[in-house]
Ligand binder design. Structure first.
Ligand SMILES: NC(=O)c1ccc[n+]([C@@H]2O[C@H](COP(=O)([O-])OP(=O)(O)OC[C@H]3O[C@@H](n4cnc5c(N)ncnc54)[C@H](O)[C@@H]3O)[C@@H](O)[C@H]2O)c1
Length: 443
């Protein structure tokens, strides 16, 4: 990517997680000088040693290249990140977590803490950029918070710049986005943000008011979640009528108005974005006096999609007490180690509630899974996972599972039962091999 010295911006990114670290590294890649801040000293220590705290394709190379070039730095101190190597950050991105509370609302306490700390350390006009996914009106709260703690009356703006990257393809998504949304309260702020994103030439830059930018993120994620739930509901109808959901999705997707993406039937969506953003959007709409029933239905269909897998196992094995179920995959999708809100967590809980023993294997997320799932056997590999199990369920469509030696799997299983929660395999081939094979919305 072409770098122009005049457009270089000193940037501080607070929160070096999936979004903050990828954003920081990629902004450095486009020529800016970036300091990534994280309150977790272990994360910063790893990054300083060149070890990535998350699994993300291509990230390590970008981080190492930019550290070497003197464009990317790490620290645990917001103050140290805002004034680093004698240079003051013109823009500070807030990329901390916004996890869901019990009632579905977003917990914005980390955002507030960061806003206070930024306010105490500003020394010249600063653009504070809300990158985390937050409900509409959060920037207004950040504005009030910063104003309250801004004792020296330093000028500042609070902008909304939602992030649309996907885990697994995050580096590519950040460097080659479809669109960059900039919710800017002033021309001065817009100028700084346009300089920051100047290198992303292929992307449409949409400048909006701050509230619309905030809403674009929640509305986009909820819409995508709705598409997934829609096709999962269609899959149920296909199962009842003898139609094939893959064919139906193909036929629907050829219509340009609909598009083919996010029409893959399966056992539901998970991850740190869709479930919590859907909840937060519903909660906020409700609080503002609008009952967004559609979002409720999207969530209910998704909960049912997870339990579909358990029902299919029951259809084959009857009582699950004392039986052993093998799960291939734990991450909410392939190419990520992220276990947050992975459907596997609820599925395993349901199997265990019904008295089944669970063996599981995931090529990448196993370590993270051990922290959130107890009482199951974590296998060495896919073959160890299915050994002696009464049936096997495909939970995450990792590439390595597509290439498994199915004859070996058959020989290791107690009964030749495969429940494919992601429609990874071809039904006719699986049956030829001798499997009792069930998949989503297909006969
Ligand atoms: N993960 C995704 O795919 C994705 C995509 C788009 C948007 N988002 C949104 O981006 C935000 C961040 O998500 P994430 O997946 O990167 O979360 P994450 O948990 O991976 O990262 C958040 C980081 O912030 C750090 N942090 C928390 N409080 C801090 C503080 N006071 N000072 C400094 N650091 C602090 C944490 O230690 C953590 O490393 C969320 O709002 C999420 O919804 C996520």
């Amino acid at each position: 990517m072409k770098k122009n010295n005049n457009d270089k911006v000193n940037i501080c990114v607070v929160g070096a997680g999936y979004v903050g670290l990828v954003s920081g590294a990629c902004l450095a890649e486009t020529g800016h000088r970036v300091v990534c801040v994280d309150s977790d000293p272990k994360k910063i220590a790893l990054l300083e040693k060149g070890v990535m705290p998350i699994y993300e394709e291509g990230l390590e190379k970008v981080v190492k290249r930019n550290v070497k070039a003197g464009r990317l730095f790490f620290t645990t101190s917001i103050k140290g990140g805002m004034l680093h190597g004698g240079r003051r950050a013109e823009a500070i991105f807030i990329a901390v977590g916004t996890p869901p509370r019990e009632d579905g609302s977003a917990d914005l306490s980390d955002v507030e803490k960061v806003a206070e700390e930024i306010a105490r350390n500003m020394s010249g006009y600063t653009v504070i950029v809300e990158k985390s996914t937050v409900p509409v009106e959060t920037c207004e709260w950040i504005n009030k918070t910063v104003a309250r703690h801004n004792k020296n009356h330093i000028p500042f703006d609070v902008a909304s710049n939602p992030e649309f990257l996907r885990e697994g393809t995050a580096v590519k998504d950040f460097l080659e986005p479809d669109r960059v949304v900039l919710g800017c309260p002033s021309k001065q702020c817009e100028t700084v943000l346009r300089r920051i994103y100047k290198a992303m030439k292929g992307a449409t830059v949409l400048v909006t008011d701050v509230k619309s930018a905030e809403l674009i993120k929640h509305a986009s994620n909820s819409f995508l979640a709705a598409k997934i739930s829609f096709i999962n509901a269609v899959a149920r109808v296909c199962e009842k009528t003898g139609a094939d959901v893959e064919m139906v999705a193909r036929g629907m997707g050829l219509d340009k108005r609909i598009g083919a993406s996010f029409l893959k039937a399966g056992i539901g969506f998970g991850g740190f974005c869709f479930p919590k953003d859907l909840e937060a959007f519903y909660w906020l709409s409700h609080r503002k006096g609008y009952n967004f029933e559609l979002l409720k239905a999207v969530k209910e269909i998704n909960e049912d999609a997870k339990l579909w897998l358990v029902r299919k196992v029951q259809d084959e094995l009857w009582n699950l007490e004392g039986k052993t179920v093998a799960l291939l995959g734990l991450a909410f999708k392939p190419e990520t180690d992220d276990m947050r809100f992975a459907p596997s967590i609820d599925i395993i809980a349901e199997f265990r509630k019904l008295g089944a023993k669970v063996r599981a294997y995931d090529p990448v997320s196993q370590e993270n899974a051990r922290r959130v799932i107890q009482g199951i056997y974590f296998a060495e590999d896919a073959y160890d996972c299915v050994a002696g199990a009464d049936c096997v369920c495909l939970v995450t469509e990792w590439k390595e599972f597509a290439g498994l030696d199915m004859k070996k799997i058959l020989a290791l299983l107690k009964h030749p039962i495969m429940i494919d929660g992601r429609n990874l395999y071809t039904p006719s081939k699986m049956r030829e091999l001798g499997f009792t094979y069930k998949s989503v919305g297909r006969q």
